[in-house]
Design a protein around this ligand. Structure first.
Ligand code: PGA
Length: 278
């Protein structure tokens, strides 16, 4: 058993305006409270659009909800003449804990390279946000190179760039999260099998150690590899989440579509109950 706290994260993408965000987070909080959810045992986070973050912050603070939240992206720049960009400093001011970086939809539709993803990871950390570094292979990559090659290369590129920045940081504070999301599984209803996901995620964990060793030394790099939470994402649903979380290296789920429904998302966060009743 690892001591990594599972994280169930809901990526709302470009859905839910700020008024609906309040209703959704309220319903999620009630549903989880009624189910006696232990937030220290399984962390629950939401990733609303930027325009919702202030509303979510106000609700979470006013009602002292144990739900955490983050942004879906951030700028590499903390301020300046970058029209349309959102600074990590502004996101952190809203008490957000996380920022997604390198989601496949950013890589695909906004041509974000590994270098940009690395710079966003650095920008998140510079502003006290925990980056959730998203990696994953397309169907073509899968066919040409197998499942692990592309995600491992993507993660290695980011970690080699940020390694110096992690020197002296205590890995136990879990200051970064990785999400493995096969692109072919996102929004398709065709999740990877838990065993497939476990295989790739074990490789990603090994890549954390390999890419940090030259800068941090082997012992510290291994400590990072053991403490970083690695999530699976791609068509996670109520009926498949428990299988992923039963794997030794999978520490949670990044959930898109099913996170827009408070009842379903709460059931996903309650995956331990599915394990017991199955
Ligand atoms: P999905 O999306 O759960 O709708 O497949 C996951 C994601 O893109 O983060």
């Amino acid at each position: 058993m690892s001591n990594r706290t599972p994280l169930i994260a809901g990526n709302w993408k470009n859905n839910i305006d700020h008024l609906h965000a309040i209703a959704l987070v309220q319903k999620l909080a009630w549903t989880l409270r009624d189910a006696d959810h232990d937030f220290d045992d399984v962390e629950v986070a939401v990733f609303p659009p930027f325009t919702d973050l202030r509303s979510v912050q106000s609700l979470v603070a006013a009602d002292r909800l144990p739900i955490t939240y983050g942004a879906q992206d951030l700028s590499v720049h903390d301020s300046g003449a970058y029209t349309g960009e959102i600074s990590g400093a502004f996101i952190a001011k809203l008490d957000a804990r996380y920022a997604l970086v390198g989601h496949s939809e950013r890589r695909q539709y906004h041509h974000e390279t590994d270098e940009v993803v690395a710079q966003k990871t650095i920008a998140a950390r510079r502003n006290g946000l925990v980056p959730v570094i998203c990696v994953g292979e397309t169907a073509d990559d899968l066919e040409a190179q197998g499942p692990a090659a592309v995600p491992v290369a993507q993660l290695t590129a980011v970690l080699e760039t940020i390694a110096a920045d992690l020197d002296g940081v205590e890995p136990d504070a879990a200051p970064l999260v990785v999400a493995y999301e096969p692109v072919w599984a996102i929004g398709s209803g065709q999740a990877a099998s838990p065993e497939q996901a476990q295989q790739v995620i074990a490789r990603l964990r090994a890549a954390v150690a390999d890419s940090l060793t030259p800068t941090l030394g082997e012992a510290q790099a291994q400590a990072w590899a053991a403490s970083v939470r690695v999530l699976y994402g791609g068509s996670v649903a109520v009926d498949n989440v428990a299988g992923f979380l039963a794997q030794p290296d999978i520490d949670g789920a990044l959930v898109g579509g099913a996170s827009l429904d408070a009842t379903k998302f709460a059931q996903i966060a309650q995956f331990r109950k599915h394990v017991r009743t199955n």
